[in-house]
Design a protein around this ligand. Structure first.
Ligand code: FPP
Length: 247
């Protein structure tokens, strides 16, 4: 599909913290899980909207390493919702050319969920219209630690020397290996934190925060975020003048 406004700078990769489901439900006197269910509708809308706009990577923070601290019933319902969404949507995602990736410490999940993840990733691995990465039991510090452990092991096994450890090597051991760094980070729900999401990967990402609760986020809100992104000058450490000349 063609980007809607090819002349306007647009992000290649958007990463999202989908916050505000609980408050959306509470405002309506509904159980929190009702907010998460509506959140899945927004996910569906965003996948389509990103595809329509020619955005090639969308990464969603669905369940953080810290979310286990929530009440047991909410954790169970949330995991059930993630699993049933994956089961119900995978065929349609595949038909639409979506390449699905799951990042995070999936070892914490049972064998049925791990198999579901493996099959979904295998089925869609050759697709290239949109890479949809879902972070489940993910934490940015976990990601860095697991990369450090793998690299330290390679050094201990004398497969690499310490001098070979550079940014591109670290990139290759992160769970996001092969996925470009996010250009735009969106957090809904009014909080202005990164909350242990893609800590290394967000180093140069433009940050966009909105009060809109995730179940209320829609195509129109996405376009507002894209407009804000288009108006920013990304300098990557250079001066504004250098960047203007290089354009
Ligand atoms: C934060 O809202 C949201 C979550 C912890 C879960 C997000 C998960 C979904 C929307 C389901 C996504 C499904 C797929 C397949 C990606 P909150 O509960 O912290 O809201 P609050 O801040 O208002 O309490």
């Amino acid at each position: 599909m063609q980007p809607k406004n090819p002349e306007i700078p647009k992000p290649d990769h958007i990463a999202v913290i989908m916050d505000g489901n609980g408050r959306w439900a509470k405002k309506r006197g509904l159980p929190r899980i009702a907010g998460h269910r509506r959140g899945v509708d927004t996910v569906r809308e965003m996948v389509k909207a990103c595809g329509d706009r020619g955005i090639s990577h969308l990464t969603l923070f669905a369940f953080s390493s810290e979310n286990w601290r929530r009440p047991r019933t909410e954790v169970d319902l949330l995991i059930d919702l993630l699993v049933s969404t994956l089961e119900n949507e995978i065929r349609k995602l595949h038909e639409n050319g979506v390449n699905l990736k799951i990042i995070g410490d999936v070892e914490r999940f049972g064998s049925r969920i791990k198999l579901l993840i493996k099959n979904a990733e295998q089925l869609t691995s050759a697709n290239n219209s949109l890479t949809l990465t879902i972070a489940m039991n993910y934490g940015g510090r976990w990601d860095l630690l697991q990369a450090m452990q793998q690299i330290a092991q390679k050094v201990a096994d004398k497969e690499i020397n310490v001098e070979q450890i550079d940014e591109s090597l670290v990139d290759r051991y992160l769970s996001t290996a092969g996925i470009p760094e996010p250009d735009l980070f969106i957090r809904t729900g009014g909080e202005t934190r990164v909350s242990n999401f893609l800590l290394w990967q967000l180093a140069y990402t433009e940050l966009y925060f909105t009060e809109v609760l995730w179940p209320d986020f829609n195509e129109h809100e996405l376009d507002r975020a894209l407009l804000a992104f288009a108006g920013r000058q990304r300098r990557f450490g250079q001066t504004g003048e250098q960047v203007s000349v290089g354009r």
